[in-house]
Design a protein around this ligand. Sequence first.
Ligand SMILES: *Cc1c(COP(=O)(O)O)cnc(C)c1O
Length: 369
Amino acid sequence: MSNRTQPYLLTPGPITTSMSTKEAMLCDWGSWDQDFNKITAEVCERILDLANAKGTHVCVPVQGSGSFAVEATLGTMVPKDGKVLVLMNGAYGQRIGKSLQYMGREYCFIDMGDYEPPKPEEVAKKLAEDSMITHVAVVYCETSSGILNPVAEIAEVVKQAGRGLIIDAMSAFGALPIDAQKLPFDALISAANKCIEGVPGFGYAIVREDIMQGSQGNAHSLCLDLYEQWVYMAKTGQWRFTPPTHVVAAFLQALKEHEAEGGVQGRYARYARNRDRMVMGMRALGFKTLLEDQWLSPIITTFFSPTDKNFEFTDFYNRLKVHNFIIYPGKLTEAESFRLGHIGQLYDQQVDQLLDAVAVVLDEMQVSL
Ligand SMILES: *Cc1c(COP(=O)(O)O)cnc(C)c1O
């Protein structure tokens, strides 16, 4: 951790990466070259391993940010005459709905507002009522509030109803346990710049192989056709169009560091410790969290902004940046809030520095809590 004149990112991605992950980008690879193909293959193998998905599922990476991977997965999994039930409780669930609208797929939704978790019974009821629904889409950690949705219960209900499940596990994969042999899903999506701690530039889906095999011709988009990407990659080892070579190389390094930290368990432990330390310290300063303890994820936490008239988010943000911390605005419709991320290269020392900085900044702003 010798790189620190740069700010720490307390955001849901891109996040603070290790120096060695950044250094892995100091090479130019030929996108068709064997050396690069090997990197891609190892990345996919490792992702499948992390989800205990080898032999049953395939991993398909796709260029772009996480939303590109979500859109590619939805478009490839859901046939043109399919219908998706989208479980919304924040911005990312809403974005799934918007994507479906753009690509002309029919959808309906259960909207729980800013942060209430979806209820499995309600999902079961909706599926029983509407036989046109072919798929359910759910967000694992809804990063807009930080809530962890009950995906295992939802998955069970969806399986009972014989429908397909698509999980946006963007900000959960790598830090929260996902076992593809126990959690029934058609596809699960994440991206390079979240809990694996790579740099941004591509996303990936873990897809049940039999489902993938049946998805030819579904896609609405040439570039976002996961089926074609999968077939081409299986045949040639290459991405269909120019891959973000440096990003993929950095991601392999990040995956190795993830393994060295103890894999999903190790990462979960560090992020949970970051959360506990941050939440405890912020509460000691007088801040309140949006969610009760049982719903707090080890990914990101939403805090209510102080009601003191001297508090202004942009000012707070800029002052914390002087102390080398970049925080994240809130996304609630009802109340003023901000978010602090727990993911990335953050340890006790950074959390303590952050808490010190927050105390100093509040004092400068003359905000009392
Ligand atoms: C980060 C994230 C995404 C993807 O967002 P991009 O801005 O496209 O990277 C999607 N869903 C969730 C839950 C996320 O946290």
